[in-house]
Ligand binder design. Structure first.
Ligand SMILES: [Mg+2]
Length: 330
């Protein structure tokens, strides 16, 4: 019988965050909780060492207790090292490691155009009290994805944690970079990966000179996705379903997947997809990058939106007219 186990790494040191994560997990239909969440027995843990993390978790995870032949576990962590350690305990040939990009390997250096700016534009960002920040229509950009593309070209990304690149380089497994970004942003995305010492060309599941571009329709929505140089861009589609599809297209089979992502719904989708495929799943919900939006960031975003609009209106009149009339290209 398959179960999804949600575990907490010992280096999740913020009790309030941990409690929120546990509360969120309660809404998941396929979730089986460990007592660590239910009782808060690990609330006092402040252990940031890595070697000790997996021992108590796997013991308490109770693969025996749940009689599960297929592993389906999710950890909450603030350190990519945890996922790398997990991967290294598994068979290198039959284990695939999958990393998200935004707020997982890389994070924006400015609020405008960042992952949480996108959430704020969509009206789902949270303030420091955990309340949703209302975003007025005047604060929203016209053509969100056009704007995002322009900002990706302008902005830089930095590592999500100082040793990020070294940790990624230490992975011996096959690796897939799986981002919700659209392939329309590939040039800027590859540029920032390279700037941060990340190159997955030699990790590609295809021949190095082969890339995949194809349309996928899920739940009535069609997206053009692309897999090139080890970087899979799925334009907001279900990451779990799309990963299985990619493995089928590339003729790859793995018995286990280690997946790191900052978004809970991506973790959930991957857990569901791999469970259905009978693949062991080791999910890492990466919570190192703070998602709360401050009033200062809102002010910065509003100033940047106005300045960008002025630049377009003054020097790129045709594009400005398109965007001002919501004739969006992306
Ligand atoms: Mg992300």
């Amino acid at each position: 019988m398959l179960k999804t186990l949600y575990l907490h790494q010992a280096n999740v040191i913020r009790i309030t965050r941990k409690s929120l994560v546990c509360a969120a997990m309660l809404g998941l239909s396929s979730t089986v909780f460990l007592t660590g969440c239910a009782t808060g027995q690990n609330d006092t843990l402040h252990d940031t060492t890595h070697n000790a993390i997996h021992e108590p978790l796997h013991a308490s995870a109770g693969h025996n207790e749940f009689s599960s032949d297929i592993v389906n576990v999710v950890y909450s962590t603030t350190d990519l090292h945890d996922a790398v350690v997990q991967a290294n305990t598994l068979d290198a040939q039959s284990t695939l490691v999958v990393f998200d990009i935004d707020d997982t390997l890389l994070t924006a250096t400015e609020f405008f155009g960042s992952d949480k700016w996108y959430d704020w534009q969509r009206g789902r960002a949270l303030n420091e009290s955990g309340a949703v920040i209302p975003t007025s229509d005047a604060e929203k950009v016209n053509c969100l994805f056009d704007t995002l593309g322009m900002v990706f070209e302008i902005a830089t990304n930095k590592p999500s944690q100082p040793n990020m690149a070294n940790l990624v380089h230490s992975v011996n497994n096959d690796v897939v970079i799986l981002t919700a970004r659209s392939g329309a942003y590939r040039a800027a995305t590859m540029r920032e990966l390279a700037r941060n010492d990340l190159d997955f060309t030699d990790k590609s599941l295809t021949s190095p000179d082969v890339g995949l571009h194809y349309d996928v329709t899920l739940n009535g929505r069609t997206a053009t996705v692309s897999y090139v140089d080890g970087v899979f861009m799925v334009q907001g589609m279900d990451k779990g379903v799309l990963l299985l599809d990619l493995l089928e297209r590339t003729g790859r089979e793995y018995s286990s997947v280690v997946f790191v992502d900052d978004k809970q719904h991506n973790i959930d989708n991957m857990a569901d997809a791999l469970k259905s495929a009978g693949i062991n799943f080791y999910g890492y919900h990466y919570t190192r990058i703070f998602k709360t939006v401050t009033p200062e960031e809102v002010a910065q975003a509003n100033a940047a939106r106005i300045a960008l609009g002025e630049l377009l209106n003054t020097h790129f009149e045709d594009r400005a007219e398109h965007i001002n009339h919501r004739q969006c290209d992306y």
